[in-house]
Design a protein around this ligand. Structure first.
Ligand code: AAL
Length: 424
């Protein structure tokens, strides 16, 4: 892509858009009426186009269910499922999987055998299913790399891409020792069949951007003198689509200094995109990055002639479904509750380079570790983010919690940062 040409086109595009908004016939009130509308009613009429959520194709609720074969298992973490693909009559999913270990011990106490967290000391495994509910773990797809290589400590959080008859796994990788300050890069392996054998690309296909400066030698990711790029510390969660003849890799980014008290040029969590002509790169980071200032675990799919994204967990626009006609300038299209964590979608047209993306109705996601159940595991979810299948039950509002809903921690602090009782 000619990025300079692209940038000079932005001004013109904005002008055309503003003009279009005033003349596209959607305006259902006069200037005077507009002045008399509350801020919320203005948004109802413009941003939400006078629609109830059940008529909004981007609105859905989510239902969750147990799946067989990849559920909770003492000692083993399974997490971060990839997109799900169907080859012949079988579904395939790839995921982060730990060997049998004691519970994770944190970065300070981790050793060669003791994991720092549930994605440490992991390999990429795969499982198959004929109905999406009963899965059979098949074994390792991509193991950790040889000692001394960029991926020798852990490989995790994969996405699978089907491209020109071949299969590509993209995943996060870390090199030992795994500390708070360790960089995370994205590696790739390819195969002629979804069952492998997988050929490891010898170097990362995406690396963090321009570095800032750490402060001191202590292993503390908050302590920095400067941030560097929005992705100066970690690139994670590769999520792929094919669009306009190119491979678009969306990814989650961390700058150095997450949770630092310094004034920030970038959010702690953001999303970038990098484009390439070929699966092994070079992937060129887009100059508009970060293209989302919210979200966790980049998750995109082609929808109609644009790109939709599930923005979860972090940032001011968390818990929204967003859409961008150009795949770059995302707008909030719906607010959602309880979206799946680390979802992998069954979205059969994800790599078809189409302009009529149809969306999806199901996938897998994970339940993260918590103190009384320290290993992660996979479950299924259902929804209606499809343009071809209607599931009216997923367009219902009024989702409520019951008395069993709770946070993992229930601590309260007063303004002086001292522990206190919540009712005091
Ligand atoms: C997740 C993901 C990535 C991170 C870690 C494992 O929530 O964002 O995969 O690196 O946590």
């Amino acid at each position: 892509m000619n990025f300079r040409k692209y940038q000079s086109g932005i001004g013109l595009a904005v002008l055309i858009l503003v003009t279009a908004c005033h003349s596209n016939g959607k305006k259902k009130y006069t200037e005077e009426e507009h002045i008399n509308l509350s801020a919320s009613m203005k948004r109802y009429k413009t941003q939400w186009e006078d629609k109830e959520p059940r008529e909004n194709e981007f609105f859905t609720c989510f239902a969750y269910k147990k799946i067989n074969g990849l559920g909770y298992e003492e000692g083993i973490s399974r997490r971060d499922p990839s997109s799900i693909i169907k080859v012949g009559d079988k579904y395939y999913v790839y995921y982060t999987r730990s060997p049998k270990t004691p519970p994770p011990v944190g970065y300070k106490r981790a050793t060669d055998k003791l994991p720092a967290n549930t994605w440490d000391l992991c390999d990429i495994y795969y499982a198959t299913s004929t109905d999406g509910e009963t899965w059979e773990e098949q074994g390792v797809a991509v193991p950790r790399g040889p000692k001394g290589e960029f991926d020798d400590r852990s490989v995790f959080t994969p996405d699978i891409m089907v491209y020109k008859g071949k299969y590509y796994l993209y995943y996060q990788a870390v090199k030992a020792p795994y500390k708070q300050r360790t960089r995370n890069v994205i590696g790739m392996s390819w195969a002629d069949s979804p069952e492998g054998p997988w050929h490891r690309h010898p170097s990362p296909v995406l690396e963090p951007g321009e570095m800032g400066e750490w402060e001191g030698d202590e292993d503390d990711r908050r302590k920095i003198k400067s941030y560097g790029a929005f992705d100066s510390h970690k690139v994670h969660d590769p999520n792929l689509i094919v669009r306009d003849g190119k491979i678009w890799m969306y990814y989650k980014a961390h700058p150095m200094g997450v949770q630092s008290k310094l004034k920030k040029p970038y959010p702690d969590f953001s999303m970038g995109v990098a484009l390439s002509e070929t699966p092994e790169g070079p992937f060129e980071k887009h100059p508009l990055n970060p293209i989302s200032a919210s979200g966790h675990e980049a998750l995109v799919w082609p929808y109609k002639d644009g790109v939709a994204s599930l923005i979860t967990a972090n940032g001011p626009e968390k818990n929204t479904v967003q859409w961008a006609s150009d795949g770059l300038n995302f707008e909030v299209k719906a607010h959602i509750v309880l979206p799946p964590d680390a979802a992998g979608l069954y979205c059969p047209d994800k790599y078809d380079d189409i302009k009529n993306g149809r969306g999806f109705t199901w996938g897998l996601c994970h339940i993260a570790q918590r103190p009384d159940r320290p290993w992660a595991y996979l479950i299924g979810f259902e929804c209606d983010l499809s343009s071809v299948i209607d599931r009216p039950q997923y367009k219902k509002e009024n989702i409520r919690f019951d008395e069993y809903s709770r946070l993992n921690s229930n601590r309260s602090f007063n303004k002086n940062n001292q522990k206190t009782h919540p009712t005091r």
